[in-house]
Design a protein around this ligand. Structure first.
Ligand code: ADP
Ligand code: MG
Length: 337
């Protein structure tokens, strides 16, 4: 029995922040009444709770008189899926005993550890579901290179008030000027702050909707990413012309989200060209009308960041093909209400 107790003591998880505690200061690690619930009461979050999935009832050994309060509390924590708290319990109790912490502090520490784990897990899930390209942040956007992007406007958007107010953001400009970068950076900031977001290109969006419509699974998919997330990012409108069906799908998305959820849209063509993109003046007008009602437009008139190594005249020659002046003139951000 003695040997068993010391083996358990050795395996107990260490307090996360305090230094090593002496055996005398770790009464919960060496309690005599503690019985092993099962072999290897080992020390990690997964090993403490692993064999107790949600569906499994509470361990029968808890009903026995000899189960210690420590065992019961840890089992309850596992049953409630509070795995990090279950793992930290021994260490926190030891720390409380050594530092004479009030009981409320123990609860505070356990719950704080659990909340931190849950937040990190949810963030990872939201990030995965958002399908955002990686490593684009506002911090690594070089505003000096692109003076037509107004820092103040981007800073205001970074507060994410536009999502709360269900406003749209339109980033317009030639290739390589950072439209996708800014859209992704705002999306990442939103996901970080706890919002759900979904990133797609205009072409993928249309193709997915059409496919789901043909399969009869559109309502389900719509909840998933058309209506569901507070932020939908539609990248690369205008690179390829759209047929009538595609234009209808885009109109469908814009009208479903109108005043219900934000859209960030990037486009390499000015609004005057949208009738050409959609091959349909009526559809283009209807889409622009809804998108621009309560929107921030960032019109980027500058050089391609991808071509920053080139002589600027060469870069300008490339841009003429897109019908957009690469004169670096002030485009800024316009609030359209
Ligand atoms: P666009 O969507 O306008 O075609 P991107 O956002 O894809 O352009 O930008 C092309 C590449 O250049 C990306 O790797 C992006 O991160 C980078 N980039 C563009 N503008 C900037 C900038 N001002 N500062 C830092 N990186 C930039
Ligand atoms: Mg882009």
């Amino acid at each position: 029995m003695k040997a068993k107790t010391s083996a358990r003591t050795e395996n107990r998880p260490k307090a996360p922040v305090s230094g090593e505690l002496t055996a005398a200061a770790r009464p919960y690690a060496s309690t005599k009444t503690e019985q092993p619930i099962e072999a290897g009461t080992g020390a990690t979050a997964s090993s403490v709770c692993e064999s107790r999935p949600m569906a499994r009832p509470l361990s029968p050994s808890l009903l026995l008189a000899q189960a210690s309060p420590f065992q019961r509390v840890r089992e309850y924590l596992c049953f409630l899926e509070l795995r990090t708290a279950a793992e930290s319990l021994g260490g926190e109790l030891d720390r409380a005993a050594a530092q004479k912490l009030p009981p409320l502090q123990v609860l505070d520490n356990l719950l704080a550890a659990e909340v931190a784990t849950t937040r990190a897990r949810r963030l990872k899930t939201r990030m995965g579901n958002a399908h955002l390209p990686r490593n684009k942040t506002i911090a690594n956007f070089d505003f000096d290179f692109q003076p037509s992007v107004d820092r103040q406007v981007v800073a205001e958007l970074s507060t994410l008030r536009f999502i709360e107010e269900k406003r749209n953001v339109l980033l317009v400009g030639p290739p390589g000027v950072g439209k996708t970068h800014l859209a992704v950076a705002l999306g990442a900031a939103a996901v970080d702050a706890g919002y759900r977001a979904y990133f797609t290109t205009a072409m993928d969006l249309v193709a997915n909707l059409q496919r789901n419509h043909e399969r009869g699974s559109l309502p389900h998919r719509e909840r998933g990413y058309i209506v569901g997330p507070p932020l939908l990012i539609v990248d690369e409108l205008g690179y390829l012309p759209m047929d009538k069906v595609a234009a209808n799908w885009l109109f469908h998305v814009v009208s479903r989200r109108y005043e219900r959820g934000s859209i960030i849209l990037t486009c390499n063509r000015g609004f005057a060209d949208w009738a050409q993109i959609f091959n349909d003046v009526v559809a283009a007008t209807a889409i622009v009308d809804r998108l621009l009602h309560r929107a921030t437009v960032i019109n980027i008139r500058g050089h391609s960041y991808r071509m920053r190594g080139y002589h600027s005249d060469q870069a300008d020659d490339r841009l003429i093909g897109y019908g957009i002046a690469a004169n670096g003139s002030k485009g800024g951000g316009a609030i359209v209400s």
